[in-house]
Design a protein around this ligand. Structure first.
Ligand code: 5GP
Ligand code: ZN
Length: 113
């Protein structure tokens, strides 16, 4: 998708600190980390929110969810981690390509869930 920063990262047009990649997803470190470990798991198909997701894209999200525990383990998140998927304006979604935040490496507290 034109002008989508995550599509550009997937295409290698914008550099990123890659953590994991396969044919379905790319995982890289967030440029503005909100926890000691903060990565983004991005399916390799452009859609903004779950409301726009088709069946093939849902399969990619499923594959992300299956792979995330393995990625979290490789990141040393043995004490647990938090996943966040912002949807739209009120959630503060700024990049309109669905992504799963992986946050951890510290006690995440209880303020937001
Ligand atoms: P959202 O608020 O849309 O859920 O999260 C978007 C995330 O993408 C933010 O945490 C932001 O720091 C991250 N981000 C935006 N642009 C870039 C970029 O060019 N590279 C990386 N690594 N992260 C980005
Ligand atoms: Zn995109």
């Amino acid at each position: 998708m034109e002008n989508c920063v995550f599509c550009k990262i997937i295409a290698g047009e914008i550099p990123s600190s890659k953590v994991y990649e396969d044919e379905d997803m790319l995982v890289f470190r967030d440029i503005n980390p909100q926890a000691k470990v903060h990565c983004l798991c991005v399916p390799k198909s452009h859609f903004a929110t779950l409301a726009e997701m088709d069946e093939a894209q849902a399969e990619l999200v499923k594959k992300c969810m299956i792979k995330i525990p393995e990625i979290a383990s490789s990141l040393g998140l043995d004490g647990g981690y938090r996943l966040i998927v912002n949807q739209g304006k009120d959630a503060g979604q700024t990049v309109h390509h669905l992504h799963i935040h992986i946050l951890g490496g510290q006690d995440m507290g209880e303020k937001m869930l």
